[in-house]
Design a protein around this ligand. Sequence first.
Ligand code: 3HC
Length: 673
Amino acid sequence: MTVQIERHGDILVAIADNPPVNTLNAAVRLGLKAAIEQTAADDTIRALVIACAGKTFFAGADITEFGKPPVEPLLPQLTDLIEASDKPVIAAIHGTALGGGCEVAIASHYRIAVADAKLGTPEVKLGLLPGAGGTQRLPRLAGIATALELVAKGDPIGAVRAKAAGIIDRLADGNRLLDEAIAFAGEVADIRPLPRTSERPLSPDPDAVAAFERANARRFRGYEAPAATIACVVKASETAYPEGVQFEREQFMKLIFGVQSAAQRHLFFAERKAGRIDGIADSVALRPIAKIGVVGAGTMGGGIAMNFLSAGMPVTIVETRQDALDRGTATIRGNYDATAAKGRMTGDQVAAAMALLTPTLDIVALADCDLVIEAVYEDMAVKQDIFRRLDAVCKPGAILATNTSYLDLDVIAAATARPQDVVGLHFFSPANVMKLLEVVRGAKTADDVLATAMALAKKIRKVAVVAGVCDGFIGNRMLMPRQIEAMKLLLEGATPDQVDRVHVDFGMPMGPFQMADLAGVDIGWHRDPTRIENIRDALAAEERWGQKKGAGFYDYDANRTPSPSPRVAEIIADFRERTGTPQHDVTDQEIVERTLYPMVNEGARILAEGKAQRASDIDVVWAYGYGWPPYRGGPMFWANIEGAAKIVAGLEKHGFAVAPLLREKAETGGRFN
Ligand code: 3HC
């Protein structure tokens, strides 16, 4: 039985057991309905406790049921049934009460939770809103400001905060939740009238709503769900519950059939699928990883080290010069101090992380590390030399990883006598912040090395994707055609501002030229100011290296606010003339076709070559590594929406060679998935 019914004296207890996360699927809903009916029908029962077995209270609706024929009771019917019960219903919460799980809790008459439980309504992250009365009950329970935080942003809160906010009535001892819930039920069994959340009064608070919208305008840019969610909360304050919940239903249905929610749900499952490695059994024995080594204490090396320090793992970091080592260590400390200053870490946590760090100039100190990550600059000879030395120094079975972003992993591995132990771990800058990790599988990388790397990524809270060896792996390889085309567009008549605006309007955090200015226009530059072969060379020769110099493709003021640069316009004009490039009015649509379609094209090649395991992995790379708007699901999901035939036509119009796999999709009506 998915919902087990137990009697404890005159209290009925319904315990749902639907692993792994107790979603409220049809069987669970039916089981809960039966429990409510039994409670009503049996005069010897005074109250009902709803609890869950396993690691968590209900994690929400079962997302895989969306789009299938509905099975009654629907979740909104169930929450209304719970609240309508004439005998008290008590929710006993542990783990995470999310989405529909939170809605079941707030429809109950009382809530008791263990202190480390979390409550939240993350539906907005799936492009949805709480659709089982959550937008109507939460503000009645916690007030408009708190409700907006919860429903429109989707981040869960801890039980202690939830109690202070009026959402939880009582905290329980972690080991005695059920006993305490039953005792609580006994205490309140005869109290009438029953506290029904939907009957609580709520007054409009336009100031709180306006302040919330102002504070989050940037975060919500481009998304449909937050605005719909806010509208529901406002409605709750303006009408009685039945009208409000009707409005919530309409908004929910609109969102669930929309493209944005489909895109965000796709990413939810894509992220989880990315962790699976084709051809390697889940049961493969992992190598134990306790001690980490990092070679290079620059920006990347330091950021990489922080991931492990924050996860409580000791890190030995190696540099060749004392000043570089000191600088690197100071940067790590500075980053932690900044986090502490924002209240996101305590002083003790900073001290604990720093105590795990061992800076050294001696590579031999890496001898007992289980994993060593090389993070020096991109030079094959240098990397090979380091790997030769690591091979000599490191213990047998240690995993040797490189953070290269485009060099050939197999050539690096060949510098060692143990290429089976070599893997790529491509972190994204800033490495302590960015969620994405490309795990690069070399020709000889052993299965257990790959599986260990993927498991470790989870431990340091990264989203990891397996990539094959090729120039730029998945992310940077797809970035290249976009950057090349963006430069061509400048020569043909577009401005940096226009190209960037099209990307920002699409939902990217920034466009190609803003990105170049942030990363450094001088990256990859040949460093010869007299050799000026393209616009980028010209900028680099004038030390227009981007934000760090106050000038790049844009001019920057003291606050790093960009404005179009007359000097860059001159440089572009000069190159247009020099190259004799014919000019035309570049439309926004042309920019989309020439910068985004080629990314899809490259993605199709990557897939066909087996450099990505699945199209959804490519979407994960772009969503987590490059800020592709989640509401567009990633480039390959977007390609399905845009239509492969349209993309092929656009590519052909502009003279691109179309990837065979993309053409095949266009001809057969197939989709990337
Ligand atoms: N529906 C269907 N499957 C779900 C699910 C859900 N709501 N939540 C998790 N799963 C699945 C995952 O896909 C995964 O499956 P897999 O093993 O086959 O890959 C498995 O459960 C375990 O999930 P995680 O790997 O994510 O486990 P964690 O322990 O890391 O995290 C969690 C647990 C915090 C509960 C996390 O799974 C999560 O955030 N889930 C989504 C919660 C959510 O968004 N709830 C709202 C749903 S929408 C809703 O309720 C609508 C209502 O308002 C009407």
